[in-house]
Design a protein around this ligand. Structure first.
Ligand SMILES: [Zn+2]
Ligand SMILES: [Zn+2]
Length: 128
């Protein structure tokens, strides 16, 4: 999977994503990993993993940057296009990729390559 070297830091970071199964903000990641690596290492690895098509990023509420593994390994991943929306819970802050795709609108004379859609509301836990 990709050309990135699986260093100890890369592994630690990927483990966070595999265990949480939701998106993680850079803020959260820096906090969780601060015993193992500094902030700039976290940022550098995130950028490399995104370049490699393993992670993707999006902007959530408050302008925070979030990263997540690709849902539906394969289909979306191979297109290197961010066509699925994200959901952020207003109450608990949980943020996740939704396994649906948003069609990319055709705009005359513009070459649209990706679409970014953030759905905000209450997650299943908070709504009940
Ligand atoms: Zn919630
Ligand atoms: Zn996503």
């Amino acid at each position: 999977m990709g050309i990135i070297r699986k260093t100890r830091s890369v592994k630690a970071l990927l483990t966070e994503f595999e265990q949480s199964k939701t998106a993680l903000s850079t803020l959260e990641l820096v906090e969780r990993l601060h015993h193992q690596m500094n902030r700039s290492t976290v940022y550098r690895i995130l950028e490399r993993l995104e370049d490699d098509g393993i992670l993707h990023s999006f902007t959530g509420l408050d302008g925070l940057t979030w990263y997540a593994l690709y849902p539906n390994e394969g289909s979306l991943h191979s297109h290197h296009m961010n066509t699925h929306p994200h959901f952020q819970c207003r109450d608990c802050g949980k943020t996740e990729c939704l396994s649906i795709t948003v069609p990319i609108p055709k705009v005359a004379k513009h070459n649209v390559e990706s679409v970014s859609l953030l759905l905000v509301g209450r997650c299943a836990d908070c709504a009940s």
